[in-house]
Design a protein around this ligand. Structure first.
Ligand SMILES: [Ca+2]
Length: 255
């Protein structure tokens, strides 16, 4: 009987510890399953050990953290700008904790968003390298699909965001985020124009004569019997995982 009680107690203890949780600590050293959806960065997930200029151990959790400041050579560079998104997760508790540092500009922040793009909470640094512990209380969003958005649109002094150790109760939402393969992605992003002979006639010098790369491409034409309107559009970029076991993440932004 005693062993049964002990094993039962252990079961409940493990069950309590095993509540569904979402944690983003970037300890894989890879950005995936987060995505850059705008702009570009130098070393977005970094293992930088010490503060720039002043030295001293960086206020991170574990080895890696996210930084829009770091260059590939571990130099600070505020010129990087863009937007990074987390995977979508279904929130199961009212609190989300995170460590945030960097600039306190209006356009350098981490936001909690719902799938309509609305930003319900924001956190930002205080013009300090040290990441501060922040907690969002969002009971209204329990049961909702949410994601985090790192936005950096400031390119000079303190124009950066750092983030680590995001914790929440919830589960990643496979319906809005697709993940395949492993972390040895060797992913490249390819942009490709559509082959269009009408365009080729207008711009015979373009890219060998039959293709033209433009940011957005759309045209339509009608056909009779049956009556149909066709719309031709170019969508890109295309994510190309080169490794045979590559890691691929896709997020449905509009549905
Ligand atoms: Ca970390």
């Amino acid at each position: 009987m005693r062993s049964w009680l002990i094993s039962t107690a252990l079961f409940w203890a493990v069950s309590l510890l095993a509540q569904p949780s979402v944690q983003f600590g970037f300890e894989s050293g890879k950005l995936a399953p987060w995505l850059v959806v705008e702009g570009g960065f130098g070393m977005l997930v970094t293992d930088r050990a010490e503060y720039h200029h002043s030295g001293g151990a960086y206020s991170k959790e574990g080895k890696y953290f996210l930084s829009t400041l770091e260059s590939p050579k571990y130099k600070p560079d505020d010129r990087y700008t863009g937007i990074v998104l987390s995977p979508v997760f279904v929130l199961a508790g009212p609190e989300i904790s995170l460590m945030v540092g960097g600039g306190n500009h209006e356009v350098t922040y981490v936001a909690l968003c719902t799938l309509d793009g609305k930003e319900h909470q924001q956190a930002r640094g205080n013009n300090a390298q040290k990441m501060a512990q922040r907690t969002w209380r969002v009971p209204d969003l329990v049961g909702k699909k949410v994601y985090l958005k790192v936005a950096d649109h400031y390119a000079t002094g303190w124009g950066h965001v750092t983030l680590d150790d995001v914790k929440a109760k919830g589960t990643l939402d496979p319906a809005d985020t697709l993940m395949l393969g492993n972390t040895n992605a060797d992913v490249q992003i390819h942009c490709r124009p559509i082959e269009d002979f009408d365009i080729a006639e207008q711009f015979p010098e373009a890219n060998g004569g039959n293709v033209l790369a433009i940011p957005r491409f759309a045209k339509s034409w009608k056909e009779k019997n049956p009556s149909v309107i066709h719309a031709l559009m170019q969508s890109g970029p295309v994510v190309v995982p080169n490794d045979i076991n590559a890691f691929l993440t896709a997020k449905v932004l509009n549905n």
